[in-house]
Design a binder for this molecule. Structure first.
Ligand SMILES: Cc1cc2nc3c(=O)[nH]c(=O)nc-3n(C[C@H](O)[C@H](O)[C@H](O)COP(=O)(O)OP(=O)(O)OC[C@H]3O[C@@H](n4cnc5c(N)ncnc54)[C@H](O)[C@@H]3O)c2cc1C
Length: 105
């Protein structure tokens, strides 16, 4: 768990985030993790957090070696690009650029 705390323009708060790496992983979200995150944030802020309105939970793939993401030509016309872990949105433009270069050279 790492505590990220961001205030939004609507003065709402986004707090995060917890990860489970054990495999096979459960498809359900363990509420205890969210309670722990909330308790930690409330201890730091010194007041009770407002109710949770929206929650973002999901699964992402991670390259198991030290690559930032997994990219491989698996067929003459097929490239498999996956596994950027929790950085995929941030890395997407760079991954797209590298993939385009790999595919077109
Ligand atoms: C809760 C959470 C928080 C995150 N926070 C951040 C963050 O703060 N910053 C950041 O950079 N990244 C973050 N990430 C990670 C980021 O979302 C992923 O790294 C990124 O989405 C991976 O991109 P992708 O294209 O490889 O896979 P995905 O985004 O998972 O896209 C795969 C696509 O394939 C489609 N698909 C699946 N099966 C099939 C099929 N059989 N046929 C056709 N289509 C199919 C799916 O519908 C999906 O649209 C977070 C992820 C999660 C879950």
């Amino acid at each position: 768990m790492q505590l990220l705390l961001v205030q939004r323009a609507n003065s709402g708060l986004t707090i995060g985030d917890t990860h489970v790496y054990d495999e096979p992983f459960d498809f359900a979200v363990d509420e205890n993790l969210c309670d722990h995150l909330r308790a930690r944030a409330e201890r730091i802020l010194g007041w009770p957090l407002p109710p949770v309105v929206r929650r973002w939970a999901g699964v992402y793939a991670v390259a198991t070696d030290n690559r930032l993401y997994f990219s491989q030509r698996i067929d003459p016309d097929v490239w498999l690009v996956t596994g950027p872990a929790g950085r995929g949105m941030t890395f997407a433009p760079a991954i797209a650029e590298e993939t385009w270069e790999a595919v077109t050279t």
